[in-house]
Design a protein around this ligand. Structure first.
Ligand code: SF4
Length: 359
């Protein structure tokens, strides 16, 4: 019997313009870095996807809705979208023309080198229909981007967007202000200074509340967290994660990514309707195992039996760590699973500013 997984229509989500980034952040969910090939979404694909999202969101949101928030409407993201400003601008215009609500863009502020450039770009995007910006503030961005640029983006962003900007995450913003940081700050130094100044705030910032224990963070920050053997996570099904309708992502290869589960594709987002009618789990066996009652344990057994997967001696910080490690192992040996895409994601997991794992 065919087993179909129903996927609800997306309530909110992000379009990844490219995985290419100026930075290689230790916690990046999408394993972005400057080393990616640098493919960008084509205008044709993006417009096809945006048209469908517009139709879906017209059914969901009341006419005129334009509140901003991390989990409403559409956002443009990456990688770093400001590396291709003309593409970003064109897509903001398209999304606005299509009536998509609550459009915002995420950035690490690398480009905010002076007030006039920052204001001009924000104003240009606002005139094109952008409602807000999400400015990334965390110890991994600030070890590569001078904090003054982030502060500039916040100050000018507030002026241009009338206080509708999102600072993510405010706890880190407060920490850097209190530390008096202006330039960049290596992560080790951040840790040492925060341990002296405010260990409670340090722990709070690095908790699972603000750093998701998955993807690159599992490898590059794993040494900060308690680890468990694989069996600790068996029997955890991912049905809710893989079928959630909020904050989904679509990448520049048109992969429809459920939630934060980078490296997993529910299908080709040029046909969102087709995906939402349900995906055939016989054709997507890895997803089938993850949503089954056996959950990660089933995927683990399969990977051990079919591909000789070896459990990490040091253990795992989360179910998502175990999941991504198994998936990475599998894609290194076969390309038979169409849901494990893009493959390049798995190649960039263990990268850092220093270039190697510290886990
Ligand atoms: S375990 Fe895998 S499928 Fe489940 S939420 Fe984590 S990354 Fe997604």
């Amino acid at each position: 019997m065919t087993w179909i997984l129903k996927i609800p229509k997306p309530f909110s989500g992000g379009l990844i313009l490219s995985y290419k980034c100026t930075n290689v952040c230790r916690h990046c969910l999408y394993a972005s870095s400057p080393k990616w090939r640098g493919d960008w979404i084509s205008i044709g694909d993006a417009e096809r996807i945006l048209s469908q999202l517009a139709e879906i969101m017209r059914e969901i949101y009341p006419r005129g809705f334009n509140d901003v928030g991390v989990n409403v409407g559409l956002h443009f993201t990456g990688g770093e979208p400001f590396l291709n400003f003309n593409l970003l601008l064109g897509l903001v215009k398209s999304a606005d023309r299509l009536g998509i609500p609550s459009i915002f863009v995420e950035t690490n502020c690398f480009w905010c080198v002076d007030d006039s450039v920052t204001e001009e770009r924000f104003l240009t995007l606002k005139d094109a229909g952008l409602r807000s910006v999400l400015l990334s503030v965390n110890p991994f961005v600030v070890e590569q981007i001078p904090f003054v640029r982030v502060e500039r983006a916040i100050r000018i962003g507030e002026k241009v967007f009338g206080g509708r900007i999102m600072v993510y995450n405010p706890i880190f913003y407060d920490q850097f202000r209190r530390l008096g940081v202006e330039g960049t700050l290596p992560f080790k130094e951040y840790m040492a200074r925060m341990k002296r100044v405010d260990p409670v705030s340090l722990r709070h910032g690095l908790s699972f509340y603000s750093i998701l224990p998955m993807a690159r963070a599992a490898y590059m920050l794993g040494y900060l967290y308690r680890k468990y053997p694989a069996r600790h996570f068996f029997n955890l099904s991912c049905i809710n994660d893989l079928t959630r309708n909020w904050h989904i992502h679509i990448d520049n290869y048109c992969n429809y990514i459920p939630g934060y589960c980078a490296g997993i594709s529910l299908g080709d987002a040029r046909d969102i309707d087709g995906i939402c009618q349900g995906i055939d789990l016989d054709d997507h066996p890895v997803i089938g195992m993850l949503v089954s009652d056996g959950g990660i344990g089933k995927l683990y057994d399969f990977a051990v039996k079919e591909f000789g997967y070896r459990e990490l001696e040091e253990g795992y910080i989360s179910k998502c760590h175990l999941c991504v490690d198994i998936r990475r192992w599998i894609v290194q040996q076969t390309d038979e699973f169409r849901e494990l895409k893009p493959v390049e994601f798995y190649l960039h997991l263990e990268e850092s500013v220093e270039g190697s794992s510290t886990s």
